[in-house]
Design a protein around this ligand. Structure first.
Ligand code: SF4
Ligand code: SF4
Length: 79
């Protein structure tokens, strides 16, 4: 059945303070994150599957990941 509710996109903003510790990679139950072993950098690989559990926000030691609807935070870094 088709829903008339407006659809919202989930956006994962990784902020410039990210230290690439990869704790969010381990915490995400649906594998939204990956890790580039060569560059030792966090990757966002599966944003549409985010279930907004907020585990990543809870586990981040430097408060550098935010889940939001419809927009990225302006100081997000490319991931
Ligand atoms: S909110 Fe949950 S599902 Fe979404 S990226 Fe963070 S840990 Fe993964
Ligand atoms: S937990 Fe925070 S600091 Fe660590 S990789 Fe994820 S966003 Fe970056």
């Amino acid at each position: 059945m088709q829903s008339d509710l407006p659809t919202k996109s989930v956006h994962i903003s990784v902020l410039s303070g990210c230290i690439d510790c990869a704790l969010c990679v381990l915490a995400c139950p649906v594998d939204c994150f990956g890790f580039n072993q060569k560059d030792k950098r966090l990757l966002v690989i599966n944003e549409p599957h985010c279930i907004v559990c907020l585990n990543c926000e809870d586990v981040c030691p430097v408060d550098a990941v935010r889940i939001g609807l419809d927009r990225y935070l302006p100081d997000s870094r490319p991931v």
